[in-house]
Design a protein around this ligand. Structure first.
Ligand SMILES: [Zn+2]
Length: 139
């Protein structure tokens, strides 16, 4: 069976593209999908692969993390609720903001980001504030 590279496939419609860029552009136009803080994302292909796995294997919404019986039910939920983007704020089962769930979401995304780049920017502004590189940004 021929496997399509996940980064070339739309997360929501399954449409296949020739490049990662055209896939991202399609998802942006049709689903308002974008990679949060994309300028710091240094592994967009890896991030998209992770999101595909989350939907296909985990049947989990990429925005609210809700789990479903089937991949189809999961996709239907994302389209019905406009959950066609990456969640960066976690919520508890009751829908309230949850700091714990937020940290978990951010930890899931962290491997695909080069936050060191943003810390270098910060250090340029404040030379004395070298500690900044060791702190997780709260936003
Ligand atoms: Zn959702």
């Amino acid at each position: 069976m021929h496997e399509v590279a996940p980064e070339l496939q739309c997360l929501f419609s399954g449409k296949i593209f020739k490049s990662l860029e055209s896939n991202l552009e399609y998802m942006r136009v049709h689903y308002s999908f974008s990679i949060p803080q994309g300028e710091y994302c240094n592994d967009k292909a890896g991030l998209l692969t992770f999101l595909h796995q989350k939907i296909r294997a985990g049947h989990q919404c990429i925005y609210c993390d809700a789990g479903f019986e089937t991949e189809e039910a999961c996709r239907k939920h994302m389209l019905d609720k406009n959950h066609t983007r990456i969640g960066t704020e976690g919520r508890s089962r009751t829908g309230a903001y949850s700091e714990e769930a937020t940290k978990e979401l951010q930890a899931q995304l962290a491997p695909f980001y080069d936050y060191a780049a943003s810390f270098r920017d910060l250090n340029n502004i404040s030379e004395n504030d070298r500690e900044a590189g060791n702190c997780k940004r709260q936003k």
